[in-house]
Design a protein. Structure first.
Length: 163
């Protein structure tokens, strides 16, 4: 239908700033679009990848279809082990928060499982973190507090099997 226009490589730094700005304004769709434009000219741009992942996860639970497989594809392109673990944890955390806000039947146990997955990824990132960087500890603690404040529990296993 339309052929997308290509941004110039010289415009990438200002486009990255604009994407961050749109995320701060809760315009995740605009930020996502800008990041995709940047990645079209610089496929390995790690800052654009991270901002794209964050913008996509900002849209969880907002009546937008954001497929987990698309997010996972972009997470796989992040080069650093710490960054990959940290941002994977953030994606799980944001999905958990969206699930908890949704309030559907069974969502509390699903949110618990998602928060626990986030915490596992934050623990992986903790062992890889740069000295003086406690971001993963802060995120892990945030997940733990949400679980405790909301009294979230893991999914109960059915006991309909023969012992």
């Amino acid at each position: 239908m339309f052929e997308l226009k290509t941004v110039h490589k010289e415009a990438v730094p200002s486009a990255l700033e604009r994407a961050k700005h749109y995320r701060l304004l809760n315009e995740a769709g605009a930020a996502e679009s800008i990041c995709l434009d940047i990645l079209a000219v610089e496929p390995d741009n790690q800052e654009a990848l991270i901002n794209l992942i964050l913008a996509m996860s900002d849209r969880f639970g907002r009546d937008y279809a954001v497929g987990d497989s698309r997010v996972q594809d972009y997470l796989a392109q992040i080069k650093g082990d710490y960054e990959k673990a940290y941002y994977t944890g953030i994606v799980y955390e944001k999905r958990a928060k969206a699930t908890l806000r949704n309030g559907a039947v069974g969502s509390e146990s699903t949110a618990y499982d998602l928060f626990r997955n986030a915490m596992i990824w934050f623990e992986k990132a903790e062992s890889l973190r740069p000295p003086g960087n406690d971001d993963v500890i802060l995120r892990w603690n945030g997940c733990a507090r949400i679980i405790m404040r909301n009294n979230l529990k893991p999914r109960e296993m059915a006991s309909d099997f023969i012992e």
